[in-house]
Ligand binder design. Structure first.
Ligand SMILES: C[C@@]1(CC(=O)O)c2cc3[nH]c(cc4nc(cc5[nH]c(cc(n2)[C@H]1CCC(=O)O)[C@@](C)(CC(=O)O)[C@@H]5CCC(=O)O)C(CC(=O)O)=C4CCC(=O)O)c(CCC(=O)O)c3CC(=O)O
Ligand SMILES: NC(=O)C1=CN([C@@H]2O[C@H](COP(=O)(O)OP(=O)(O)OC[C@H]3O[C@@H](n4cnc5c(N)ncnc54)[C@H](O)[C@@H]3O)[C@@H](O)[C@H]2O)C=CC1
Length: 199
């Protein structure tokens, strides 16, 4: 069977610097995806023209910086991640080349071949986060799976996580004993979805 070889990680964008080039519809979509997950992310948007909804988002998020001008190579200098969202494929190829020489990770809208990483659909219930990828096969199916999981996960999922955190702090003994207790009290989770009680 075919498989998805992408390696998923969850990034702390508050302590990284993200550059988005392009301030149109796609730039807005990418910025919204970033801020929905990481409202305090450090993001710089460089674009010749920046749409009003992006300016509005920037007003609400102190760590979003707008630069309304053409992209310059030195924009890459102090960045960790780069997202390209202009309407200029040639520009994207050039920026990608320079970004790779600096070992930056880059996502290029609408051009999977030029991407080092893809965005995913994201399910969030409190502290729980699930990222969905179809390996670029169908973003629409990613979106549908997100909707399905959002509906299916119980509203008290976050209470469950907080309860488990308390329990794991309380359990005494060595590591293997802790693992056993935590496994034992969660065996029924898949059937009932219920919050475990203190052992
Ligand atoms: C490879 C990837 C790279 C990347 O962008 O990171 C990519 C690429 C492309 N997207 C395209 C189109 C659409 N993208 C969406 C939506 C989303 N796209 C997202 C991710 C990804 N999109 C990465 C793979 C994710 C995976 O593996 O599943 C999501 C999950 C996350 C996000 O972007 O935040 C977000 C859903 C968020 C949510 O709601 O949960 C919709 C649907 C809609 O908007 O309703 C459509 C139209 C319908 C369709 O095509 O399915 C096109 C063709 C453009 C054209 O036709 O010209 C390409 C280029 C190509 O495939 O060649
Ligand atoms: N809007 C959409 O939902 C979709 C868009 N696309 C494609 O994605 C690309 C981007 O789409 P949109 O965001 O709608 O385009 P857009 O025209 O609204 O935005 C392009 C942005 O790039 C900026 N830009 C262009 N050259 C620049 C440069 N040298 N330096 C700095 N900024 C520069 C512009 O100022 C503008 O902010 C297009 O190629 C489009 O065909 C594909 C599928 C869907």
């Amino acid at each position: 069977m075919e498989r998805n070889n992408l390696f998923p990680v969850f990034l702390k964008l508050e302590s990284l610097s993200t550059l988005i080039v392009g301030g149109g519809n796609v730039g807005l979509e990418k910025l919204s995806a970033v801020l929905k997950n990481s409202p305090a992310a450090n993001v710089t948007i460089v674009a010749r023209n920046i749409q009003e909804p992006i300016k509005e988002l920037a007003r609400k998020h102190a760590h979003v910086k707008l630069e309304e001008r053409n992209f310059k190579l030195w924009d890459l200098w102090d960045k960790d991640l780069v997202i390209l969202a202009t309407d200029n494929r040639q520009l994207h190829e050039t920026i990608r080349k320079f970004a790779r020489t600096r070992k930056l990770l880059i996502n290029v809208a609408d051009t999977p071949d030029l991407c080092d990483f893809y965005l995913g659909s994201v399910v969030t219930k409190g502290n729980l986060k699930i990222g969905v990828s179809t390996n670029g096969k169908s973003p629409t199916i990613s979106k549908r799976i997100r909707e399905y999981l959002e509906e299916a996960l119980p509203e008290d999922t976050n209470d469950l996580l907080n309860n488990m955190q308390k329990i794991r702090e309380q359990i005494k003994g060595d590591f293997s004993h802790k693992v056993k207790v935590l496994n034992d009290i969660t065996t029924s989770f898949l059937e009932t979805g219920t919050t475990p009680v203190n052992p």
